[in-house]
Design a protein around this ligand. Structure first.
Ligand code: HEM
Length: 446
């Protein structure tokens, strides 16, 4: 697939801008990956070349260009990511696997995200969200992002390592903060550098996960770890090493949920009409009691709201890196074998040609979306979950956003003081609103 016509005079080279020898575009990329790639896409089109982490890198923007990247005959993952990223996650983690090894691992992991599994996680989500919301309504004006971060990691700790959902585990939260900072750092192994702190944090988290694996054998329960223990594919199951590697990666991946929650809260709070429509639907469909998965999935308007908030405010700028395995062509442009390859998620989601008035939060655009718009909705990567590298946790992330919105809309209102910056942070791999979302939350009159 994705072999596009080559002009009679032969293929053109990937368009690129001048970049410095050795350093290339790495500094601009690390400073603001989303902004840098959007600018280049605007200047150079849907496929172009940059130079990052010492390698020429083919960048892909939009559904059509993405189809080249998603074909594993064109692009592989093994050894393709910057060594410091592989080291932080583990070179054997699922984003870096290819072929049957990847499919086997993915089939096993996806068993933690079936509808039945998700239904079992709802009580944990409900308990932690309610605990935090009760506290928030008493705080007056406060910064919501750090609170959402604590809430998110309390849920992650309960789901992934069986922590008690009635308590917080600030150590896990701060270790993951240090780990995430390391992903966009320069890999300098000196005491006190971001990279060294990320490695230390990773080692602490490994110890915590090892403990959970030991404890788990005695006390299985309804969380993600139990599902991973129980996952079977014929005679295949996840080894202890695989459980540790993937649980760690789940925590890392989970950081994106915090961005997703904060932009959803921001979009709703700033658009009273959408907030009113979503609240009206929630109160009509689930007036009281604990919603089950089926009830949450019937909330069509809320689904469009959550989908649109992930489009208009992309949390992650890029996919993981791949490596081009064979020469590919896109509208007469040659993408050479050997180049690093990356999907530009942010630039695709806010592309004006695909989504007119792309900067506007408009959930109704999904009522009559074209096939191209649907295919370009790639906040979780593109393609098919079980066959490619599309996010394994997408259904859990979606449920997190929906459950958070249901519980907040049913009981609370929130408003943002004037004069704050709602735009996404620039130098972090997982974006959140720059102003940390100063908010005031109040109980709705019953
Ligand atoms: C709003 C929240 C989230 C966003 C925006 C997000 C986004 C992404 C993206 C962009 C990728 C990379 C796709 C690629 O490289 O082609 C990815 C991969 C992945 N994500 Fe997520 N993710 C989220 C939440 C989660 C959660 C909660 C989990 C697990 C509990 C998770 C687990 C994974 C895994 C395991 C992969 C690697 C899949 C593979 O390589 O086959 N993600 N995610």
């Amino acid at each position: 697939m994705a072999e596009h016509a080559i002009a009679a005079e032969g293929p053109r080279e990937l368009p690129a801008k001048f970049s410095l020898p050795l350093v290339g575009d790495t500094l601009s990329f690390v400073r603001d990956p989303a902004g840098f790639l959007e600018k280049r896409a605007h200047e150079l089109g849907p496929v172009f070349r940059i130079s990052v982490f010492g390698k020429p890198t083919a960048c892909f923007v939009g559904a059509e260009a993405f189809s080249i990247l998603l074909d594993d005959g064109n692009v592989g993952r093994a050894g393709a990511n910057p060594p410091h990223v592989e080291e932080l996650f583990n070179p054997e983690a699922v984003p870096f696997l290819d072929g049957e090894a990847h499919r086997r691992r993915k089939r096993l992991l996806m068993q933690a995200f079936t509808p039945e599994a998700l239904q079992g996680y709802l009580p944990i989500l409900a308990q932690v969200i309610d605990r935090y919301a009760t506290k928030w309504a008493k705080l007056g004006t406060f910064s919501w992002v750090p609170e959402l971060n604590s809430m998110g990691f309390a849920i992650a700790a309960a789901l992934f390592v069986g922590a008690d959902p009635s308590k917080d585990d600030p150590r896990i939260e701060s270790d993951f903060g240090a780990f995430a900072d390391g992903l966009l750092s320069l890999p300098i192994r000196l005491p006190g550098t971001k990279f060294s702190r990320a490695l230390e944090a990773r080692n602490q988290l490994h110890l915590r996960i090892e403990r959970a694996l030991d404890e788990h054998t005695d006390r299985p329960s309804s969380n993600v770890l139990s599902r991973l223990f129980a996952a079977r594919d014929g005679a295949e199951k996840l080894s202890r090493d695989e459980l540790r590697i993937e649980t760690f990666h789940f925590f890392g991946a989970y950081a994106a949920v915090i961005g997703g929650l904060s932009f959803l809260a921001s979009c709703l709070g700033r658009d009273r009409k959408v907030m009113g429509g979503a609240r009206e639907e929630v109160l009509r469909e689930i007036p009281a009691g604990e919603p089950d998965l089926a009830a949450i999935r019937r909330l069509g308007y809320l689904d469009r709201v959550c989908k649109e908030s992930r489009r208009v405010a992309p949390v992650l700028p890029i996919t993981f890196f791949g490596k081009v395995k064979r020469d590919c062509h896109f509208h007469g442009i040659r993408i050479p074998a050997g180049h690093q390859a990356v999907g530009c998620i942010g630039a695709t989601l806010v592309d004006e040609d695909t989504y007119p008035d792309a900067g506007r939060f408009n959930p109704d655009r999904w009522l009559h979306a074209s096939d191209e718009q649907k295919r370009a909705w790639i906040p979780h990567g593109g393609g098919i979950h079980t066959e490619g590298h599309r996010c394994a946790g997408e259904a859990l992330a979606t449920l997190m956003l929906q459950m958070f919105a249901v519980r907040m809309l049913r009981r609370y209102d929130w408003t943002f003081p004037e004069g704050q910056d709602f735009s996404p942070t620039k130098g972090k791999i997982f974006a959140t609103p720059v102003g940390d979302l100063r908010v005031r939350i109040s109980l709705l009159a019953s």
